[in-house]
Each structure stands twice: as structure tokens, then as C-alpha cells.
Design a protein around this ligand. Sequence first.
Ligand code: PLP
Length: 388
Amino acid sequence: MTPGFLQPSVIELDKAALQNNILFLKNRAENGVKISSVIKGNAYGHGISSFLPMAEEAGIDHFSVFSANEAEIATCSKNNPDTKVMIMGMIRDEELEWAILNGVEFYVFEKERLKSAAAIAQKVGKRASVHLQMETGMNRTGFDEHDWEALFRFVKKNEGAVNVCGICTHFAGAESVANFYRIQNQDAKLRKAISIAQKFIPLPKVHAASSAAYLTYPEKQFDMARIGIAQYGFWPSRETYMYHMKSEKLDQGSDPLKRVLTWKSEIMSLKEVESGDFIGYGNVYLAGKNMKIATVPIGYTHGFGRNLTNSGYVLIHGERCGVVGLVNMNMITVNVSNLENVKIGDEVVLIGRQGDDEITVASFGEMTNNLNYEVLTRLPTTIPRIVC
Ligand SMILES: *Cc1c(COP(=O)(O)O)cnc(C)c1O
């Protein structure tokens, strides 16, 4: 038996924060709109297998993943037999049988995939649960308007094999007001698809909104919203946050969403460095005075990017300590000259709260709209996730 040593860093997931966020989101649902929790990208870095049961406890029973392999992880992680998993993207013909037999719902946006699904459903004697994705103007995946009638006719004809659970699309860029007209056009097109569908089949669940559209366009929530980033406690963009705070007349400093994730490590070594000496590789950092340096066992291999060289921060004793010198593969050196009684083993927070201070995900680099998504999903799957 191996001793099961801990990794140099851990990711803690705050159950109370998630419950707070789900409640906040549910309170914004227009009469009975269902929330599907989007857990693609390893649950935005939170870890599917740790996050999913936590979300189930918070009252979620529908999850959206990107691919069949993520659906497999999700299916193995659920505790509630009624919990549904939906694949929004990649599924291969050879993965269809597994999905159908396990009641996993999946998007179809190609005629051939739909035909394969119907044939396999027939063969295994169980209906395929599909969501028909409509092209409404994002031009990524989805059935084009000229195919809609034939599509609905096909599912009507094959209703013994195909169970249409949803009609869907994806409102592109609802986090920016610059896309306002584009979203109005998508909305109009989706409604057109619905009216055509109704001539052939009973109307299934309609869904189109992600976090930004859900919060900014409540009239476009339809029957279900696919919520990713907001449940983890992040706003899709600064604009969405400002919009919300203004429309609810809330204090700009406060934030109704709470971050679920904290990434922490500990001090591995301490060292005094004399004024005039370089720290770490090359001549990236020159000590301008006598300094105290702590080494922390995380580096770019763990997702702490080299772009944080000489510019990132971590929290120790509730204080911000700057990264000095290059970010290495497995280590960073931080300036702890101002801390009293600092010792090996002291907690180091890389993302999240410690004392009264917080390192936000955004502080990992330049503020851009999608940075939160990218930083989170890059957190390696190998770091253990612990529910607190
Ligand atoms: C990722 C994704 C979502 C969730 O987006 P958020 O902005 O994180 O809420 C919803 N729908 C689809 C199709 C997605 O790919």
C-alpha cells in the first residue's frame, strides 16, 4: 500500500458558497425555469467528481458537459439516480450506445448523427434522449433553417426511437451589450424554429441562455438555462456585474456571488538574501535591500503561469506577498520581508481568501473578459479537490 502523500497544493471547494450562488440564481428564475449546471472543462477547474455531488446537495439535478468522456465522469459521480447529464458537444457514433443505454441526453446538430442515434436506439430497444440544436446566428454548430422542417419531420417519424428532450441554441456574447442586436436576432430565429417544431412534435424544453443571458435578459430564459461561470461565483464579465448591481440598486462594492474555489499551498523553505544578490534564475530579480524569501512548491506545471514572474501575488498571514524572480516549473519565490514569525508550513493562498484579503482569479494576468474561464479551466486535474 502507498502512503497517499498529499500534493504540494490543494483546491478547496466551499459548499456554503455554492449554496449561496445557486439560491441567488434560483431567485432570478422566471417562473419555474430549470437550471442546468454546466460542468464542462472539469467543472471550470473545480473538478467534476467533487463538484457534482456538492451541486446535487444544493438542489441541482441537471448537468451539462461538453463530451462523452466528461459525461462518463459525471455519471459515475452522481448520487441521485434521477440526476440527468447532457452532452452539449462532442459525441462519436461509437459512444452513442453507451449514452442511450445510460439515459445520457445529447445535442444533435448533424443529420447523420441523428440517424445513427435512431438506428442504435432501435437496436438496443431504448429511446435516445436528444436536444436539437438550432443555428440562430452564432454559426458554430446547429441545424440551418432550411433543414428545420425535414428535421422535425424525421423526429416525428422516428418518435419510437428518438425522444426530443429539448430544442436549443446558444446566445453568443450576452456578456457584452455590443451584441444586443445579434441576440435579439437569435431570439427571433429560435422562436421561429419553435413555431415550426410545434407543427410536428409536442414542444420540449427550450433552452438558449448561459449565465450572462440568464442574468441580463430574464425574458429569454425559456424553460431551462445552462449556467456555468455564475454558479462558481464569478460574473461572466464586468458589464454583467455592473448591469446587475445597477438594476438591483446594490452597493457597487458588494458581491452577491461567492467564490467556491480556493487554491492553497504552504511555505516549503525560508531564506535571507543580501542586498545586491540576484534571486532565482538569471538576472530577473535583483534584491535592492536585505530580504526574506519564502519558497512555495507550485509553479507553471500547476498552472501558475510564467507570466506571473515578478508580478504575481500570494497571501501569507493575510498579507499580499509578491512573486520575485521567475516562476519555475515547481516553485516560486515570494517576498516575505514584511512578515513577522513566518515559518515553514505556513499556509499560502494562491487563489481565494485569507484573512481580510483575497487574490482574485483576475489578478492572474491582465483583466480581459474571458480570463476567469481560462485561468480556472487550466487548473490541472491532478491537484486534489477537497469539499469544505
Ligand atoms: C459553456 C457553455 C454554457 C455556460 O456558459 P457560462 O457563461 O459559463 O454560463 C452554456 N451553454 C453552452 C453551449 C456552453 O458551451
